[in-house]
Design a protein around this ligand. Sequence first.
Ligand code: GLA
Length: 378
Amino acid sequence: MSVQEATTGFSTTYGYEPAGVWSAPGRANLIGEHTDYNNGYVFPFGIDRRTYVALSPRSDNLIRLSSTISDQVVEFELGKKQPADLDWALYPLGVAWVMRDSANGGFDAYFTSDVPVGAGLSSSAAIECAVATALNDIWEAGKSAQELALIGQRAENDVVGAPTGMMDQTASMLAKKDAAVLLDCQSMETELVPLGLQERGLVVAVMDTRVAHRHSDGGYRSRREACEAGAAAMGVDSLRGLTEEDLPAAQEALDELTFRRCKHVITENRRVLDAVDALKRGDMATLGQLLLQSHASMRDDFEISVVELDTAVELAMEVGAVGARMTGGGFGGAAIAIIDQSKMELLSEHCKAIFAKKGFAEPNVFAVAASDGARRDA
Ligand code: GLA
């Protein structure tokens, strides 16, 4: 369907057929938050919501970008000053810029996506990974999936200006159906771990609070700085160099706030490994407890939750979820819950009712399934 939409959008906009269609998923992170830029562990999966790009190479240096979002076609030449107010077009432009050494001309591209924007489900990584995969093919750049993920991250860091880690792009590139990706952000080793939810009648529910967030704003950056300051004060390259055994010494050495920031990351790394273990053993109850502990750590120590996310987690537990936590960078976005498929309807109604009662925006509650990473579709 979306392949067709991208193809039709492309030919209507540019008056000729695209060379191909590529796509990449958004992601939900099961556990391991703000650990990626601390060289730690993350455990995300690709969701069944994707960004599709229909694309054709050009023989001149022009790049034209359009999408279902607006009728506007953004035009510029690689290497020239970029137009102002690029909005979503900054992501594909960023990727093209990072890959400019491989370029042998410009391209026309048309984007369509059903990854919700601002929900903490990495709609931007989905754009970056779809276009990086397409350019890798048409420019015959020969990059591996992991290299393309790092290209997406560089686009985000250097062009968009958000000091984010590599989790979102790695998930979007390497994801596999019914599995989550355990990524060691220090060694870059990955392991696909089957989720086994379906056979237990479970799903991952997303509760999008509709509280918008941006990681180029101060909150994300200040958390990163606190982690770096904590690591430096403790004499390690990154917080990955510390374990829970180091917490008493860290508490002595660091100011109270820096200590709590570091404590979240150090304990979260352990929770990721415990969660993977629990999942492998099929111990869903322990997995659920770890999700709740992760949320509490983000709420109390890392302080990146908002009242809507805390409420969503509580409501999910009230209707009988196995576990729940906010997902992604925080300050808004979505919470996830592992829950019986049969309770989805109830969860959605409960969230809507209580959010309305509290005067919050209407939440969007839906199930996601773990899906394949970036690929060529046509
Ligand atoms: C955002 C960033 C990721 C990661 C998460 C928090 O999604 O893009 O790199 O840091 O926040 O875990």
